[in-house]
Design a protein around this ligand. Structure first.
Ligand code: ATP
Length: 240
């Protein structure tokens, strides 16, 4: 485990019921980095992100954030330490307006007082959220709801933003915009953990990446190094 890491997974194992899904996972994210986790469908990428968030709990190993072992903390405490997650798909509150969704984000992060400051930030990043402030989440387009899911995670100014498949199912132009927004956030100092099947865009953007196969990390390196590896190209970049 690296001493300077913001987040470290140290030999983490996790199960669904009695079914082991993650095996001895070691992974570091340093402050200011974009770190990617790529892998095929069902490899365990989402489970890695969810285990960091305490659902499911790591059955073995340590998860250290800012020097503190968070592996056994309840999810709401993990959120309040500064880890935010934007899950795959349209995981927003569909009956609440855009504004109410963002208010919920601030409450989840335990920082309702910072709402106005964070609102301005996310509305600048995603202007559509200002235009549609009073619209119910469930009536937004796929692209706008993805922006809302990311914006909600940004409320409360997290130290680490974890994004699960932010590009899934979106048109190429929108994917470009989402990746540009992630890059901008990172330039402003936000540390990002990006779980993706879209390996090309992700490795281009990431400082470092890990490849997961059947719940195990099989390769790691800089984004550029992984893009050059023939195993990565053959398995994840075909057609890109
Ligand atoms: P995808 O890109 O399809 O989301 P992934 O790499 O994120 O894939 P996971 O969703 O983490 O993979 O799934 C890893 C394994 O755990 C798969 O075999 C999946 O079927 C299983 N799994 C995922 N969620 C659950 C659950 N809630 N209960 C039981 N098994 C699950």
């Amino acid at each position: 485990m690296s001493a300077e890491a913001l987040l470290s997974l140290d030999s983490v194992t996790a199960c669904y019921g009695r079914l082991p899904v993650l095996h001895d996972v070691n992974l570091d994210i340093k402050p200011g980095e974009i770190v990617a986790l790529i892998g095929a469908n069902g490899a365990g990428k989402t489970t890695t992100m969810m285990t960091i968030f305490g659902r499911p709990r790591a059955s073995q190993g340590r998860i250290v954030f800012h020097g503190k072992d968070i592996a056994q903390l309840p999810t709401h405490d993990i959120a309040r330490l500064g880890i935010a997650q934007s899950p795959e798909g349209r995981r927003i509150f569909p009956r609440m307006t855009v504004m109410e969704n963002l208010q919920m984000g601030a409450i989840i992060a335990g920082d309702p007082d910072g709402f106005d400051r964070d609102l301005e930030h996310v509305q600048t990043l995603f202007p559509v959220l200002k235009e549609r402030a009073d619209q119910r989440g469930g009536t937004l387009s796929g692209a706008s709801s993805r922006c809302l899911a990311i914006a909600r995670a940004l409320m409360g100014q997290p130290k680490l933003l974890m994004l699960d498949e932010p590009s899934l199912g979106l048109a190429p132009l929108i994917v470009k915009q989402i990746f540009a927004a992630i890059e901008e956030l990172n330039k402003d100092g936000l540390t990002v953990f990006l779980v993706e099947q879209n390996a090309y865009h992700t490795l281009k953007l990431a400082d470092r990446g890990y490849v997961m196969v059947n719940g195990r990390i099989t390769m790691s390196g800089t984004g550029a190094e992984l893009l050059e590896r023939k195993e990565v190209r053959a398995a994840y970049l075909e057609g890109d």
